[in-house]
Ligand binder design. Structure first.
Ligand code: UN1
Length: 493
């Protein structure tokens, strides 16, 4: 694929002429496409296009704006399989998961389209009977969306769809690792006939210039805490700029002493190893009651050993490669560190280099038992790979304490048959998305999606992104022939 930037309804080369490659992580000698390495100048052009388009787009009715999205969705639906296959090759996610990623993107577009004929504000009573008050939403302007490679289709659509339907214009900067999929989003926007400048897509190397551009009031980001924290600091230096950031997790599955162990083992395997542990919702901590510890460990290891690792296009493969060389190095570093920090390895894992894994970034699961510690780096830092700790606890109080004993708070799952214990977890654990008798992954788009502590900014996306990309304004109308005010302020001259 010979990718371009998509600015003002036109596919254009980058200003500098420099390009970068996107490669297949399962076959790293396979180049899937090249793309413009964009710079501040490309950002300037995209902002100019988005600003010009905004002036008219915000006056298009919300229902009409939604209709563009409907066309966009119909086009994507026809290509679902082709897109999934490209995604499996580009980001290494198994084909079954790649299909789910495309489906999740479609769901977001459908969900947002479904809202356009629904009530969209509030009617608010006044002390004064002759006054009508409303909460009305207004768009904010240009939204920059900076997204990660692990959900290359769904997450950009989570951010782009609500933004444009609310009357904003968007500049999407997809991850360099998944630029082919990012490019398809531009192509669908183009084919759907969005007016020029409403959806813009620029590739690689320009995230910082986007965040710093004074005419972009909203930055949406999904990625690591390190990058998200920098973005938060940068936007704080501007008067009229905000950032909504999803920044990963150190998520846990809590297995209580009354747990159904079939559910516990399945939930743990899916949460720890789907997408090779590279979801922000993945569980890297299994907090297990000591009464069921040995049985759980035995069964978890037994199932984990059977995980099929290999070509993401193979329907039976559970784990494809991790994303790149740097990821293999980072995960290996954490595997080594776990041992140094006193972990007891239950299943040795690491880089697979023998045939058929020689040409990809394949890693096998590393599972260890370790007691909770606030000073252990492996129990505190996000690894983003097939690396999971089993942490024994003596009761539910300790489970809650261990759960909350990290800086992160995105997803939390509890496996129990006792609704009172589930309620305790619901009330006392710190998370954005909680699950009972389920994995920690697999949220649906019509829920709020966001975390607390280092995981988020308290501005979730999913169904609640509307609150980030719109201003809620109060609008009050007087129907009397005189001025009557609330709080006893009525004054006549
Ligand atoms: C992410 O990893 O950035 O809940 C998003 C889930 C998916 C979204 C994950 N629906 O696992």
């Amino acid at each position: 694929m010979e990718g371009k930037n998509y600015i003002n309804g036109t596919f254009v080369d980058g200003v500098s002429g420099e390009r970068f490659e996107s490669r297949n992580p399962a076959r790293f000698d396979e180049v899937l496409g090249t793309f413009p390495l964009s710079s501040e100048k490309d950002v300037r052009n995209a902002v100019h296009a988005a600003q010009t388009a905004y002036d008219s787009w915000r006056h298009v009715s919300r229902i009409k704006r939604g209709e563009y999205l409907d066309t966009f969705t119909q086009l994507i639906k026809k290509d679902r399989e082709e897109l999934a296959r490209l995604m499996a090759r580009e980001c290494g996610k198994g084909i079954v998961e790649s299909r789910a990623d495309v489906t999740e993107g479609i769901h977001m577009a459908q969900y947002v389209f479904g809202t356009v004929r629904m009530p969209h504000g509030d009617i608010v009573d006044s002390e004064i009977p002759e006054k009508d008050s409303f909460m009305r939403r207004k768009p904010k302007g240009i939204v920059a969306a900076i997204t990660a490679w692990n959900f290359p289709f769904a997450v950009p659509l989570w951010l782009v769809c609500p933004s444009v339907v609310e009357g904003n214009t968007v500049i999407l900067k997809p991850s360099r690792e998944t630029a082919c999929i990012g490019n398809t989003i531009a192509e669908y926007a183009h084919k759907a006939g969005f007016p020029p400048g409403v959806v813009n897509v620029i590739h690689g190397g320009c995230g910082d210039a986007l965040v710093r551009h004074p005419d972009i009031p909203v930055v949406l980001f999904v990625g690591s805490n390190a990058v998200g924290s920098e973005i938060k600091k940068t936007v704080a230096g501007f008067d009229n700029k905000m950032a909504a950031c999803e920044m990963g997790g150190k998520n846990a599955i809590i297995v209580l002493d009354d747990a159904n162990l079939d559910i516990a083992v399945n939930a743990a395997v899916v949460s720890a190893f789907k997408t090779s542990g590279q979801r922000c919702t993945s569980a890297s901590r299994l907090i297990v009651h000591e009464r069921v510890l040995s049985e759980f460990e035995r069964r978890f290891i037994e199932v984990t050993k059977r995980i099929k690792i290999g070509d993401p296009l193979d329907e039976d493969v559970f784990m494809g490669p991790v994303i790149n060389e740097a990821a293999t190095e980072k995960i290996t570093m954490y595997n080594t560190l776990a041992r140094k920090e006193g972990a007891e390895a239950l299943l040795e894992g690491g880089r697979l280099t023998q045939d058929p894994y020689t040409k990809g970034y394949f890693m096998s699961p590393f599972v260890y038992r370790m007691h909770h510690s606030l000073s252990s780096r492996v129990l505190q830092e996000e690894v983003f790979g097939p690396h999971v700790a089993i942490i024994p606890v003596k009761d539910i109080d300790e489970a809650v304490e261990v759960h909350n004993g990290t800086g992160y708070g995105l997803t939390c799952a509890v496996i129990t048959e006792d609704y009172r214990k589930a309620r305790r977890i619901r009330e006392d654990c710190e998370y954005g998305l909680g699950y009972v008798n389920l994995p920690s992954i697999g949220a649906e788009v019509h829920l709020p999606f966001g975390g607390v502590k280092k995981s988020g900014t308290g501005l979730p996306s999913g169904s609640t992104l509307i609150d980030v990309v719109t201003h809620r304004t109060a609008w009050t109308v007087n129907h009397a022939m005189e001025i009557k005010m609330a709080q006893g302020l009525t004054i006549k001259f």
